[in-house]
Design a binder for this molecule. Structure first.
Ligand SMILES: [Zn+2]
Length: 494
């Protein structure tokens, strides 16, 4: 053997040895088309096995993008026994396994597991016309274990048995009937809704009844003969809740999910003879309720979009802060009574939405009161207080305060509000006029909407105290008249 031949044989031997040692570490070099672009993909091959059995006949190999493995949805997950549906209109993949439903929108880093939004480390993509979804995320969501072997580069998915099929047939009586009825209509409904709204069912078991559109914040409930009059609303903004009651028992089960949007933290549906839907708020919301394609849509919206006229009424002090006291008056109690009187007049009028910074005897921070008005984006803020002065029983009368103009574009200023309220109060109560004043009270300083603080009278003055004790409703009426007049003079801008 000459030297040259020996070298050649040695090289071949080394090459052969290498190949056998690193069998499996083959590089694949293909062109991938996604995000409207061609990409050259050159990477070590990876494989997927299910319960130890390698899948060999994939028409599209698993792809590693940004360190995460994407696999062809249908081929891989149907091999695991899951049901995979591609919703073309909304570009979402539905993977169902047992009672778990995973909805994966294309090019989004959010997925929905039984209606609960989850962040994914990587996005699902359409690559070479194949729907490619993150292997690890979806497997974990279905509660499958994943074993990764870095030598063979095999991701082995350990599936778990589904209990549903057997359980459902063995369950007796009403429960089975209910489940079956619900399941039967699912397919058609899903398709109908999905072509019109971009929503996901929040549970897999009864997914034709309750849907949530996570992108636009809207809850859909299948309308099985419901009238809008069957629905009542309870705006418990002081408790951070917006509660809907439907006067019928719905064919669904209790469920909870977490939109975690700007408006809604979480949502619960509780089924009984009546159905209660509770929106736990991230900020104060109003609710737009309407019929949409056989569903009733509940859409949380900013209050300004629903109400044309909004007033925030602030009963001074509260809870551990009683305010001034004397002549049988406790400031926090009488301001709340006056605020309630005003609120009930606005509520029965119906043209003005009234929010209270506190609905009862509780502590609420001064800044919080003004921030509430700012968050709501109201048209007017009116704070009610009672004056007092030490060692002077003579001082008496009504005064109001304003600070910044806070003109929202319709010409109404804080001063105009303070002036109107002062005029109305002295006319109604017969108290003396101490004029509109200015002071850097926190509720005026932090407020961004036209805001006035009213000192109704002096509880340290016997005559004023008497007027106020007997004049709770008069105060409510005076402020109400002033508010209506101001809205007429300065129509709100939206
Ligand atoms: Zn006060």
């Amino acid at each position: 053997m000459n030297r040259f031949k020996f070298i050649i044989i040695s090289i071949i031997t080394i090459l052969l040895l290498n190949t056998s040692i690193y069998a499996g570490n083959k590089y694949i070099n293909i062109t991938l088309t996604y995000d409207y672009q061609k990409h050259n993909y050159n990477a070590e091959e990876v494989f997927v096995a299910i319960n130890g059995e390698k899948i060999t006949d994939l028409t599209m190999p698993p792809i590693i993008l940004n360190d995460y493995t994407l696999v062809p949805a249908r081929e891989v997950f149907e091999s695991m026994g899951a049901k995979v549906e591609w919703k073309k209109d909304v570009e979402q993949v539905f993977v169902t396994y047992g009672s778990t439903l995973v909805v994966i929108p294309i090019n989004s880093d959010k997925a929905y597991v039984n209606g609960q939004a989850k962040k994914m480390d990587t996005k699902a993509k359409i690559i070479n016309n194949k729907t490619m979804i993150p292997l690890r995320f979806v497997s974990s969501a279905l509660d499958f274990k994943i074993e990764w072997d870095s030598k063979t580069r095999i991701a082995n998915i350990i599936t778990k048995d589904i209990e549903t099929t057997t359980v459902q047939t063995t369950v007796t009586t009403e429960q089975t009937t209910e489940t079956t009825t619900a399941m039967l209509t699912t397919k058609a409904e899903v398709t109908t809704v999905l072509t019109t709204i971009k929503a996901q069912p929040v549970t897999s078991a009864n997914n034709e009844y309750i849907w949530y559109d996570y992108d636009n914040d809207a809850l859909y409930i299948k309308n099985t003969g419901l009238a809008l009059s069957d629905i009542s609303e309870q705006d418990s903004y002081n408790e951070g809740k917006y509660i809907i009651t439907i006067n019928k028992k719905l064919q669904t089960s209790n469920t909870a999910f977490t939109p975690e949007s700007d408006y809604v933290k979480s949502c619960t549906v509780s089924v009984g003879n009546k159905t209660t839907i509770t929106f736990n708020e991230n900020r104060i919301i109003a609710m737009d309720i309407r019929n949409v394609n056989g569903y009733i849509c509940f859409k949380p919206i900013p209050p300004k979009e629903k109400y044309n006229k909004i007033v925030i009424v602030d009963a001074g002090h509260g809870g551990s802060q009683p305010g001034a006291m004397g002549n049988d008056i406790i400031e926090k109690d009488i301001t709340l009574a006056m605020a309630n009187s005003l609120k009930s007049k606005l509520d029965s009028d119906g043209r003005v939405k009234c929010y209270m910074t506190r609905p009862d005897d509780r502590d609420v921070g001064l800044e919080e009161r003004a921030e509430m008005a700012n968050d709501i984006g109201g048209d007017m803020f009116i704070s009610i207080h009672i004056n007092s002065v030490e060692n002077n029983t003579e001082a008496n009368g009504t005064e109001t305060y304003s600070l910044y103009p806070n003109d929202l574009g319709n010409g109404l200023t804080s001063y105009a509000v303070a002036e109107e309220m002062l005029d109305r109060l002295i006319a109604k109560l017969g108290t003396s006029n101490r004029k509109v004043k200015s002071n850097t009270y926190v509720v005026l300083k932090v407020n961004k909407i036209p805001a006035a603080l009213c000192e109704i009278g002096f509880l340290t003055n016997e005559n004023d105290a008497e007027i106020m004790k007997n004049g709770v409703d008069k105060v409510g009426q005076a402020l109400y008249d002033g508010i209506i007049n101001l809205f007429n003079e300065y129509p709100s801008v939206r």
